[in-house]
Ligand binder design. Structure first.
Ligand code: NBP
Length: 477
């Protein structure tokens, strides 16, 4: 038993993670259901480090030094349970199973509990950064017991991405499902980011009349400022790309039906259960759904829209600047909503998640890495009990400076008939929080009228009902 870590499941993610461990000096035991994958890895990359290729579960487990650290990178869902069922009987108390797949945190909670009862640490771990990240340094979000992090943390810190200041992009998120939960919300925020960028693109295209190549340049400029992020960077690359077959902009030859694997949908489903308004993320998930309803869209081509309006050159240039303001403000709001969801999950499941640390480990490696995450960390460090990112003075001031443009962009979008669901939902959230009074008072009145659901008053304590069907006197309920 010579290997400090083992990886089973050697498709793109597992194979790159195994190589990453090996390149960092660890001896890595390898295993895959289909042995051909294991052999291929050793053949192609065996000279990158020390690998111990194994072809059975028993040999794999025997190759690992104790306490064993066994990383599972198989397809999430039933395959994960199958792998646990295969390996758990071969393990001993104190050993660790690290699930790096995109598991649902509820599954992780169940698996962690079952394995804990057998003395095995189950470390549900979010891994972000795609195959590139897995190889060169992902952002890593491990849950599970503090003891497991003591043993595993230093290794994860070594293979993880590093932020610009050198900090490793990994931290112990919290017990049982906390890591996979945070990874889920990370992906939800990623959906919102992508949708907001998509809406900004469409406004620049359809309202400001810019070509994809011109928009690529605009995004490149934005990427040098406060929007500096991986997603803005790759957006410029995609927009600048020309299709080799047709010579057309690549973005114009791709079918406009967005697919999804489910983590965005989970985020919204859980947000509904917890009562957390993540409207930016929800609109992003719905926008992908709308795009995929090809028949519905086809049948709607006759629906009326506004008369086309052309924008003068000066106006278009000024509009592009306004779109940057709107995109930034909406981005701040969607992160605000995502962090609210993490805080709510942390409270519900007693995870005690440090929100500032979550922002800090997203600064490198992951898909939503962005310069402004530093600001989020600073905001939570300055005020650990911060109720909302919008309550941070710095963010509030930035949005105050952006809001006129944000509103102009949305009224322009409406006038031109360009759909901007996520930009609009995030502004509506902002205005809802700001509003001194909400029509919820009327909602309560309606509920009391049709269902005697009662209401509270602003001027005195108690629960009340009005006799709507009678003389409309108010009674204590
Ligand atoms: P896949 O999700 O495509 O899974 C393929 C692997 O699962 C293969 O090693 C396969 O073995 C194994 N497997 C399956 Br399928 N059923 C199995 C079973 N019943 N027992 C044992 N092994 C089984 O691989 P991936 O794209 O590398 O992703 C791995 C995990 O990482 C997933 O959970 C994914 O959601 C997550 N993730 C992926 C990304 C990404 O960018 N792709 C990013 C972050 C996280 P075989 O070779 O014998 O078929």
């Amino acid at each position: 038993s010579t290997a400090q870590i083992g990886v089973t499941g050697l498709a793109v993610m597992g194979r790159n993670l195994a190589r990453n461990f090996a390149r960092n000096g660890y001896t890595v035991a390898l295993h895959n259901r289909t042995n051909a994958r294991t052999r291929a890895l050793v053949e192609e990359f065996g000279d990158e480090g020390n690998f111990v290729a194994t072809e059975s579960a028993e040999d794999f487990v025997a190759a690992l030094e104790r306490p064993r650290r066994l990383v599972v990178m198989v397809k999430a869902g039933e395959p994960t349970d199958a792998v646990i069922a295969e390996f758990a009987p071969l393990l001993e108390p104190g050993d660790m199973i690290i699930d790096g797949g995109n598991a649902h945190f509820a599954d992780t909670r169940r698996r962690e509990k079952e394995l804990r009862e057998r003395g095995i640490h189950f470390v549900g771990t979010g891994v972000s950064g795609g195959e590139e990240g897995a190889l060169n340094g992902p952002s890593i979000m491990p849950g599970g017991s503090p003891e497991s992090y003591d043993s595993l943390g230093p290794m994860l810190e070594k293979i993880s991405a590093k932020a610009k200041n050198g900090d490793p992009c990994v931290t112990h998120i919290g017990p049982d499902g906390a890591g996979h939960y945070v990874k889920m919300v990370h992906n939800g925020i990623e959906y919102a980011d992508m949708q907001l960028i998509g809406e900004a693109y469409q406004l620049l295209r359809d309202v400001a009349g810019r070509s994809p190549a011109e928009i690529a340049e605009i995004f490149r400029t934005w990427n040098t400022g406060r929007l500096d992020s991986y997603l803005i960077e790759i957006t410029a690359e995609v927009l600048a790309h020309t299709d080799a077959d047709t010579g057309k902009p690549f973005v114009d030859i791709v079918l406009d039906q967005a697919e999804q694997k489910g983590t965005g949908r989970w985020t919204v489903q859980i947000a509904l259960d917890l009562g957390v308004p993540v409207s930016g993320i929800a609109e992003a998930v719905f926008a992908r759904a709308v795009s995929g309803h090809a028949g519905l869209r086809e049948a709607s081509q006759h629906l009326a829209g506004p008369s086309p309006r052309a924008m003068g050159e000066d106006e278009a240039a000024a509009f592009a600047d306004r779109v940057e303001q709107a995109l930034y403000a909406s981005k701040v709001v969607s992160y605000t909503q995502g962090f609210h969801q993490i805080a709510a999950g942390s409270e519900q499941y007693e995870w005690n998640i440090d929100l500032g640390k979550v922002a800090a480990i997203w600064r490198g490696g992951c898909i939503i890495r962005a310069a402004f995450l530093d600001r989020i960390t600073q905001a939570y460090e300055a005020q650990p009990g911060l109720v909302s990112l919008l309550a941070d003075k710095g963010f509030a001031e930035e949005i105050a400076a952006a809001q006129d443009d944000w509103r102009t962009v949305l009224t322009t979008a409406v006038t031109h008939g360009v759909p901007t669901p996520a930009l609009a939902a995030t502004l509506a959230y902002y205005d809802s929080l700001r509003a001194p009074r909400l029509p919820a008072a009327l909602t309560q009145g309606q509920r009391d009228y049709f269902g005697a659901h009662t209401y509270h008053r602003t001027d005195r304590d108690g629960t009340f009902h009005t006799l709507w069907g009678g003389d409309r006197t108010e009674i204590d309920a």
